[in-house]
Design a protein around this ligand. Structure first.
Ligand SMILES: [Fe+2]
Ligand SMILES: [Fe+2]
Length: 247
């Protein structure tokens, strides 16, 4: 009995220590996760600013892509990779010379080819990475300008040859370009842009992705209406966080 009484306080002491250590590890892990995703996002922002686009484009790309992934019933893990990798789709623009990227007026065919290289250049940036997010980012950077009918670039892939994440971001990217003001165009109204997406099924877009997008139309509209500012997005931007768009 006496031995048991001596062991008990020690046992509780260890239990308490393990609990505290676990809590500390959890905090450190969350902090690393948060910093990692934020660095990745801010890295993507550099390319976007270079192109004189706005950072909110990246916020919406992440949100639209996540919605499409939900419409496709993708796993939580895939949604999470897509959410964090999709903002980096145009990272290759960091390497495209400014005088071409920012050129006003028409581009020559040669200059257009150089801009198209942002896909392969982006893929090169992530080549060899062992991080699952950056592996997905590589696939997206390389394939987000492929078209379902095979007329896209850089490889002219066709149909389901185009990786799923590339097919998803292709639609999210075009829909956002249609519905926002760009230096060369006014935004199309929401319903007009939806119609254009429908018309491009089997041509630019995978019809399955179009259907998934339309299944989430209510939430797509919410994202379209509420352009979040970058700082508040980053504040929410922790692993697996998809808040604000419903399930
Ligand atoms: Fe692009
Ligand atoms: Fe884009």
């Amino acid at each position: 009995m006496a031995t048991k009484n001596r062991i008990r306080p020690k046992y509780f002491e260890y239990q308490e220590k393990i609990k505290k250590t676990y809590q500390k590890l959890k905090e450190v892990y969350e902090e690393i996760k948060q910093s990692y995703t934020e660095i990745v996002f801010r890295f993507a922002l550099m390319a976007e600013y270079k192109d004189e686009a706005t950072g909110t484009h990246l916020v919406r790309i992440a949100d639209y892509s996540t919605e499409i992934a939900k419409g496709l019933n993708l796993s939580k893990k895939d949604r999470y990779y897509l959410r964090y990798a999709s903002p980096m789709h145009d990272i290759g623009k960091l390497i495209v010379p400014d005088n071409i990227l920012k050129k006003e007026g028409g581009l020559t065919p040669e200059e257009r080819e150089i801009i198209k290289k942002h896909t392969t250049l982006g893929a090169d940036i992530f080549k060899g990475s062992r991080s699952p997010i950056l592996k997905v980012a590589r696939v997206i950077a390389l394939t987000h300008h492929e078209r379902y009918d095979g007329t896209g670039y850089p490889q002219g892939l066709k149909g389901k040859q185009i990786p799923l994440f590339g097919r998803i971001v292709a639609l999210a990217d075009v829909f956002d370009a249609l519905t926002t003001k760009r230096p060369y165009k006014e935004p199309y109204p929401f319903e007009d842009a939806i119609l254009m997406v429908k018309q491009e099924a089997k041509r630019h877009f995978d019809p399955d992705i179009v259907r998934a997008f339309l299944r989430r139309k209510k939430n797509i509209k919410k994202i379209w209406q509420a352009t979040k500012d970058i700082e508040s997005f980053i504040a929410e931007y922790s692993f697996g966080n998809e808040k604000g768009q419903g399930s």
